[in-house]
Design a protein around this ligand. Structure first.
Ligand code: HEC
Ligand code: HEC
Ligand code: HEC
Ligand code: HEC
Length: 446
């Protein structure tokens, strides 16, 4: 009876992903069964390899050129695996294979799908190719060029719904943090891998975009605001952390929990830095290693504008989660599961919420207020605050909600924020607080 129950649940999940109807359930390209035909199948000059964008086309047609020339996902993601740093990481980890042949690295630095679903033109050295994000093209390559084919039909045929923020965030986080099959663990970082940081809206913009959201795009696909993309990214980031925390195997390393879940700088600092004061909002006494809660904090402030009750619940639940670290494993799992349920609720609400320009300012002010209380002084939180502030300014500018003088003032404050958060080695919480103050005074009243 029990076996049947779980199997039927599994089937429901499968049906969702095959129908392409539920973006939430869509399988990220690396784990779907469709054959990946290879970047070489997309790069023809009459397909996506045009030097110039086409005027009379729904899409730019030069996506391949943007990807090769400006996007680090192209061969660079793969080729860094042969550089000096990668050699050192592989040596420190005691890998049998060189980094560019080891699955533990290729799983994120390339489109490392099983060999039997690699098409003739597939080349692992292409790095994070088109199909690593858009899905194996076996079933849609022919039909997707026809104007008769709808976007829904393409999705049914295995195109990944990258336009949907939940699906997109799940995809990006699978490599920019990790998922149940791959992770940059503290061991890998200890071997020399750089620390990862990610924010969906910022990284979507800096990738850079190889598409334009214009009239015909809006006809074909749903469009989400920058704030929504930022908000959902925070929630998925949080969910990724919680899933790891709840995973009895991956979430632990010997007698310790997996240390990437914690604030790196809670441990990695010199002992004479009295300025690294503890954060009272966590409810933790001194000397306790804090979970990295940057996404938690951002999401809580965003939620205030969407569902104040849920935001409040998240506040008490995340505080309980912080406290559970000193109360043992059972307490931790219970607290993490409660936060996860709230996160899922938040994701659904955020996907249906329209943020006004006023909302956006209220959210930023609320984040700044928390920062001025000292709750965002951890480097990871300062970094997220910088990206949040940048998003808000972009949103206001795009909506033409601010004039040039107001934009100038905000940009100056942003430059300062960027300067003090750009490098964790020289990061000083005091300078961050000063930058927050300038930002606060630059926010216009709408
Ligand atoms: C969970 C996914 C993941 C895994 C596993 C992973 N990496 Fe990375 N790696 C990344 C991401 C994402 C970045 C980019 C960081 C950034 O710039 O934000 C990166 C960056 C790097 C860089 C710096 C690249 C540069 O342009 O400076 C090197 C070198 C590297 N990884 C090597 C490795 C090696 C070697 C392994 C295997 C032991 C490995 N990585 C495993 C995701 C991963
Ligand atoms: C790291 C992930 C990633 C990679 C790699 C990638 N894309 Fe995209 N692509 C996106 C995202 C995100 C969007 C924007 C959302 C959307 O419309 O689906 C997008 C949009 C597009 C669009 C849609 C434009 C429109 O108007 O509907 C095309 C076409 C496209 N990509 C082609 C390519 C090609 C060709 C390659 C390889 C040369 C490629 N992409 C590589 C993530 C990626
Ligand atoms: C298959 C794994 C994979 C997926 C999926 C993926 N990335 Fe990446 N991404 C990487 C790796 C690896 C790098 C580092 C490349 C390098 O060496 O510089 C990277 C680099 C980047 C960079 C450049 C960062 C920097 O510091 O220069 C941006 C921006 C980025 N990714 C955005 C995205 C976005 C947005 C998505 C989701 C639409 C996404 N990525 C999905 C693996 C991935
Ligand atoms: C609970 C404390 C703790 C946390 C949290 C923590 N680390 Fe570590 N880290 C250590 C210890 C202990 C070592 C081992 C030092 C040694 O080898 O002697 C270490 C080693 C390292 C090393 C290798 C340094 C060396 O000199 O060999 C790097 C790099 C590193 N950690 C990065 C990180 C990053 C990035 C994070 C956050 C994602 C992080 N650590 C979180 C305690 C921590």
């Amino acid at each position: 009876m029990k076996a049947f129950f779980s199997r039927s649940l599994l089937l429901v999940g499968l049906l969702f992903s095959l129908s392409g109807l539920s973006a939430d359930e869509a399988t990220v390209p690396q784990y779907s069964k469709d054959k990946h035909l290879g970047v070489g199948s997309c790069s023809n000059s009459t397909c996506h390899g045009s030097i110039q964008p086409w005027k009379k086309s729904n899409i730019l047609q030069n996506e391949y050129i943007t990807w090769t020339k400006e996007d680090n996902h192209s061969r660079k993601a793969y080729s860094v695996l042969t550089n000096k740093l990668s050699k050192r990481i592989a040596r420190n980890l005691g890998l049998k294979d060189p980094a560019h042949e080891a699955n533990i690295c290729l799983d994120c630095h390339a489109d490392n799908i099983p060999v039997d679903i690699r098409g003739e033109r597939f080349d692992i050295a292409d790095g994070v190719g088109c199909e690593a994000c858009h899905g194996g093209s076996e079933r849609w390559i022919e039909s997707h060029t026809s104007s008769e084919t709808t976007h829904e039909e393409n999705l049914k045929n295995g195109l990944y719904p990258t336009e949907d923020p939940v699906a997109r965030a799940t995809l990006c986080y699978s490599c920019h943090f990790g998922d149940k099959n791959k992770l940059v663990t503290h061991r890998i970082m200890g071997a020399g891998h750089p620390r990862l940081r990610f924010e969906l809206d910022t990284f979507t913009a800096t990738q850079p975009a190889h598409y334009v959201i214009d009239k015909d795009y809006r006809k074909r696909k749903p469009v989400f605001s920058g704030v929504q993309i930022w908000a959902i990214g925070q929630a998925i980031g949080m969910r990724s952390n919680l899933d790891l925390l709840l995973d009895a195997k991956r979430g632990r390393d010997g007698i310790f929990p997996e240390l990437v879940l914690f604030d790196c700088h809670a441990c990695h600092k010199t002992m004479d830095k009295a300025s690294w004061r503890r954060r009272s909002g966590t409810g933790l006494p001194p000397g306790i290693v804090r979970l990295n809660d940057a996404n938690f904090i951002m999401l809580r402030h965003i939620l205030k504008a969407v569902d104040a009750k849920l935001a409040k619940q998240l506040r008490s639940q995340t505080r309980a989660l912080h406290r559970s670290v000193i109360n043992g494993n059972t307490a931790l799992r219970r607290a993490a599961a409660a936060v996860r349920t709230t996160t899922e609720k938040a994701i659904k609400e955020l996907a249906n919420h329209e943020f006004s320009d006023g909302d956006v300012i209220v959210i930023l002010k609320s984040i700044i207020a928390e920062g001025l209380k000292g709750e965002l002084r951890d480097y990871a939180s300062a970094e997220q605050t910088m990206m949040a502030a940048n998003n808000v300014v972009v949103v206001l500018d795009n909506a033409k909600a601010i004039n040039d003088a107001q934009l100038n003032k905000l940009n100056k404050a942003l430059d300062k924020m960027f300067e003090v958060t750009k490098n964790d080695k020289v990061y000083r919480p005091g300078k961050f607080t000063a930058a927050l103050k300038s930002l606060k005074s630059a926010i216009p009243n709408l």
